[in-house]
Design a binder for this molecule. Structure first.
Ligand SMILES: NC(=O)c1ccc[n+]([C@@H]2O[C@H](COP(=O)([O-])OP(=O)(O)OC[C@H]3O[C@@H](n4cnc5c(N)ncnc54)[C@H](OP(=O)(O)O)[C@@H]3O)[C@@H](O)[C@H]2O)c1
Length: 362
């Protein structure tokens, strides 16, 4: 088998570093390009003899130069969008961790995939799980899909108890070790709101057939219910190296250092419905997805601004949903015909979100 050349975008982050571990231990994968936002990449590039390494700047130009077989998009936020579109338009396999790009630009991305005809392999653990449960099956046989959520560090709390939670409280995730933005998204349940929209674009099921269930141990990553009453679930300890490896070695399913399930130590498979009153970001995400057009783009942009403000100590935790709600109420959500219009919608939502942050804290 020929060696696959991978562009690792977001190489200094949580997903990026785990991907480099997987690539380093595989004999069939090599890194051909590295990108970060601001962290230096010299050591990572030198260790691997990687010619194309870029800090910030134009991801498409980097990908043009590197000509990868697979783009692993593990950039955080809307900044990953051009790389997603670059891969999809050219039919280059896209291993997608950067859910924000698919949420913000779902329709453009699907059009690009149709044009390029390549593979879009989800790295998000829930979507990788759904993808695997669905493989080889006709969508007509599917009743619905269930994305699981750990519930985050504040599961079980009331709204009143969330008034004064700190950045450190929000960053203490019970089951996953991740970058700061997605960790806060898990605490607000915005991560599940984003994942609902991501799932809709990836799998083409209407929102009413995509459910979220809280499952505190994060062992079941997703469940697909079929029309005959059977359900298939995907299980494993929470470790992102599994879906990363699956996407990078698809369809081979290479060995990883991750242990399989150990039933001798017991296994807790409890589920509960999400508390959408206390954590309104999930319901707001569903509403933005159902409204369509650029509402998901605005949801994502407002969330990025609000989470940034929370992490910078400028906005209380409960203010995040307040900002996103205000922005969604203010935008018209008209569909974007092209990338320029989408970028405009993103920028408008960011401006409105900054204003809402200012208004909430003044
Ligand atoms: N972590 C997880 O377990 C997990 C699970 C599922 C999905 N995801 C998704 O994967 C993505 C990455 O998450 P993460 O947890 O790995 O985040 P992270 O640890 O914060 O890493 C983000 C990476 O993106 C880079 N970056 C930021 N802006 C960039 C830009 N303009 N151009 C190029 N690179 C840029 C950062 O570089 P610097 O180091 O210079 O800032 C860093 O390497 C997110 O979309 C997240 O939702 C993550």
């Amino acid at each position: 088998m020929s060696v696959k050349r991978i562009a690792v975008l977001g190489a200094t982050g949580s997903i990026g570093r785990q991907a480099l571990d997987i690539i380093d231990t595989s004999g069939e994968l090599e890194v051909c390009a590295l990108a970060s936002g601001s962290s230096e990449l010299e050591t990572l590039a030198a260790e691997r003899g990687v010619e194309h390494a870029q800090v910030g700047g134009d991801l498409m130009a980097l990908l043009d130069r590197a000509e990868p077989d697979i783009v692993l998009n593990a950039v955080v936020g809307f900044a990953g969008l051009t790389a997603t579109l670059w891969a999809l338009e050219r039919g280059v396999t896209l291993a997608l961790a950067n859910k924000e790009s698919l949420v913000a630009a779902g329709e453009l991305a699907l059009r690009a995939r149709e044009q390029g005809g390549g593979l879009l392999l989800p790295v998000d653990s829930e979507h990788s799980a759904v993808f695997q449960c669905l493989e080889g099956r006709d969508l007509e046989s599917v009743d619905s899909i269930v994305l699981t959520a750990s519930g985050g560090p504040f599961r079980g709390r009331t709204r009143e108890q969330l008034g004064d939670v700190t950045r450190a409280d929000a960053l203490a995730h019970p089951t996953w070790r991740m970058g700061p933005k997605i960790t806060v998204d898990s605490a607000t349940l915005a991560n599940k709101g984003l994942e609902l929209i991501e799932a809709q674009f990836l799998f083409g099921l209407p929102y009413e057939r995509i459910e979220v269930a809280v499952h505190p141990t994060s062992v079941v990553h997703a469940i697909v219910r079929f029309r005959d009453g059977a359900s298939l679930a995907h299980l494993g300890y929470p470790d992102m190296r599994v879906p990363i490896s699956y996407a990078l070695t698809y369809p081979e399913r290479a060995a990883t250092p991750v242990e399989g399930l150990d039933f001798a130590n017991g296994l807790s498979l409890e589920f509960e419905p999400p508390d959408v009153e206390t954590f309104p970001m999930l319901a707001l995400g569903r509403r933005a997805g159902e409204s369509g057009g650029t509402h998901p783009c605005a949801y994502n942009a407002a969330n990025e601004v609000a989470v940034g403000a929370f992490l910078a100590g400028r906005l209380p935790f409960l203010g995040i949903a307040g900002v996103v709600e205000d922005v969604l109420a203010a935008v018209d959500g008209a569909p974007a015909g092209d990338l320029d219009e989408l970028v405009e919608a993103d920028e408008q939502a960011r401006r409105l979100a900054e204003e809402a942050v200012g208004a909430l804290v003044s």
